[in-house]
Design a protein around this ligand. Structure first.
Ligand code: FAD
Ligand code: NAP
Length: 524
């Protein structure tokens, strides 16, 4: 019997446990993995690295933690982030309430939440916090014949802890999203030969990663409060001065100089944050997209390859761009082959490798699927969640997710989702969004003092309409992205995150709380 059960022990679940425990609640965390860290526990593929600077992709809730922890790189790699999260778990004595290796299969609300694990264990709590992650359910391999494959295969999102030795092997990587783009240069260095199967090229910018100089870290730490405040007041949760001009207001030379400076900054917001209209006006966006394509042409020696690597099907930024280390240059190697599986799709995995629809055969020893995730809703609908009167979340969301503030769902009392659909989450520096959600949930539980809370259908309807309206005013819905559910066959095409930005969103959430949780029904 607990006050709260939290599902997941990534950045969200760890902080939620700390905050809820601080309220004096009895809390239990169930985590499917055999370690804490979530994303950074599972995604151990070579080159896995953050696309937000370490000093910003870190908790702000503890000034002591902030001061003690020493980041060694501008963009930390997976091992360093995992070490940080392991440290957090120890430093705040979190492990004693975390049950690892335990996947929650079902949860039903009957006055309390009754949770069942895959092993059949039962537990109950007044409140259920789903800290299950937006990118934690890898897509299954969608090509026939995998069972017949004679070599080894891996998904980047379920990488073996002991690592993979590619030395001398003929390796195939399917997928050129962030996971593919990060891993391809490193796999290319090790492999005998690498074949990259690309369906859609992606925009990618150089990270210009480097060791973090002690004096840089000292300067950040001396003004951390201000830096965090600035991050919270931005659109993306990444501290930067906001754009003030439209891309149309400046002449092409000035614009190019501005994009060049953004490129050299090595940051997600360097170019995208240059002008106010890059994500709302196609012509403005084209100026930035063409700048990135011109860089690809400079980096890739073979013009035909450069062309194939140049994204044209979606506006720049409408899929999360990648920050890479030597991605495009990798295609200048003569032991790397780029295959266009848009023109000639993968038809079959064979005992020896891959066959395309046109009959081309690729012999491979190792296959790496960097094919992404059932994002935002996948981990929530994977659990058989039953709200009031046995209502199923899976069924409720059949036509797309509907939630109030991305935090709660009508018909599911006392259920909270951390960075759920309808919140800025994946469009932002996730740590900023996670802390904001967990703080909101913790404050709400303190206010409730054991009472029951449920989003009203009207408030949920209004918020869902607002999320759709704000999304429709941007270029995001024009891309076949995982933000749109477009990467999963059969998933409804709905723009899932909230594009209003983290600053506005925080303000709206605070207003709801200040009005005694407007849009919710609270009962004894
Ligand atoms: P997660 O870290 O996904 O943790 C969720 C946990 O819940 C997982 O450990 C999972 O095992 C567990 N879980 C799920 N379902 C169940 C269940 N039914 N029962 C029990 N346990 C369950 N964001 C950024 O802002 N910047 C980045 O640079 C960045 N890089 C990323 C790189 C990769 C490779 C990926 C996949 C994502 C990246 N993200 C990044 C997004 C990243 O997911 C978030 O930044 C953050 O780590 C999410 O934390 P979380 O705790 O909400 O979810
Ligand atoms: P992703 O962005 O969804 O990319 C998946 C890739 O696989 C795409 O190129 C996709 O092509 C391809 N693909 C999927 N199914 C395919 C199929 N059946 N046949 C051929 N190709 C197929 O997934 P991801 O790269 O794992 O990244 C997901 C998100 O995680 C990122 O957007 C980012 O938010 C986060 N992430 C961040 C970092 C980082 O830089 N810190 C690193 C990794 C991940 P299509 O585009 O044609 O579908």
């Amino acid at each position: 019997m607990f006050d709260a059960i939290i599902v997941g022990a990534g950045l969200s679940g760890l902080y939620a446990l700390h905050r809820l425990r601080g309220l004096g609640l009895r809390v239990k965390v169930f985590e499917a993995g055999d370690g804490v860290g979530g994303t950074w526990h599972w995604n151990r593929y070579p080159g896995a690295r953050c696309d937000v600077e370490s000093v910003d992709y870190s908790y702000s809730f503890s000034p002591e933690l902030e001061q003690e922890w020493i980041w060694t790189e501008r963009y930390p790699g997976q091992p360093e982030i995992l070490a940080y999260l392991d440290h957090v778990a120890d430093r705040f004595d979190l492990r004693r309430d975390i049950q690892l290796g335990t996947r929650v299969r079902a949860a039903r609300f009957e006055g309390r939440w009754h949770v069942t694990t895959e092993a059949g264990e039962q537990a109950s709590a007044r409140y259920l916090v789903m800290a299950t992650g937006c990118l934690s359910v890898p897509k299954p391999v969608e090509v026939d014949g995998l069972a017949s494959f004679g070599g080894e295969w891996y998904h980047t999102g379920r990488w073996p802890h002991e690592g993979v030795d590619f030395t001398g092997r003929r390796v195939g990587v399917v997928g050129t999203g962030s996971s593919g783009i990060q891993s391809i240069p490193i796999i290319a260095e090790q492999a005998g030969h690498l074949t990259v199967f690309q369906r859609t090229p992606n925009f990618s910018l150089p990270a210009f990663n480097r060791p973090l100089a002690p004096e840089t870290l000292r300067a950040v730490k001396a003004a951390y409060g201000e830096r965090r405040r600035l991050a919270r007041e931005t659109h993306s949760g990444i501290p930067a001065e906001p754009a003030v001009q439209s891309a149309h207001e400046v002449d092409p030379d000035e614009r190019r100089a501005r994009y060049q400076a953004g490129w050299e900054r090595g940051s997600l917001v360097g170019i995208l944050g240059a002008y106010t209209d890059l994500l709302i006006d196609r012509a403005a966006n084209d100026t930035a997209a063409e700048f990135v394509r011109s860089k690809i042409r400079e980096l890739v020696e073979d013009p035909a390859k450069a062309d194939l690597l140049s994204p044209r099907d979606h506006p720049f930024g409408t899929k999360r761009p990648c920050l890479d280390s030597g991605y495009f240059e990798t295609f200048n190697r003569d032991d790397v082959t780029l295959v266009d599986v848009r023109a000639d799709p993968i038809a079959q995995i064979t005992p020896k490798g891959l066959r395309t629809a046109a009959g081309a055969e690729y012999e491979l020893d190792t296959l790496v699927f960097a094919t992404g995730f059932d994002a935002m809703t996948g981990a929530l609908t994977a659990v058989d969640l039953r709200g009031a009167d046995g209502r199923s979340l899976r069924r409720t969301w059949e036509a797309g997710p509907r939630a109030y503030l991305g935090l709660a769902v009508a018909g599911f009392p006392n259920l909270f989702t951390v960075t759920g659909p309808g919140s800025p989450s994946v469009l932002s520096n996730m740590v900023v969004s996670i802390e904001q959600h967990v703080d909101w949930i913790a404050d709400c539980l303190a206010f409730l003092d054991g009472r029951t809370i449920e989003a009203t259908a009207e408030a949920q309807q209004a918020w869902t309409a607002h999320v759709a309206e704000v999304g429709a005013a941007t270029l995001y819905p024009t891309a076949d992205s995982w933000y749109m559910g477009a990467n999963v066959p059969g998933k409804p095409r709905v723009f899932m995150p909230y594009a209003g930005g983290v600053a506005l969103y925080r303000q709206l959430c605070e207003e709801v709380a200040a009005k005694d949780y407007e849009g919710f029904t609270i009962t004894r």
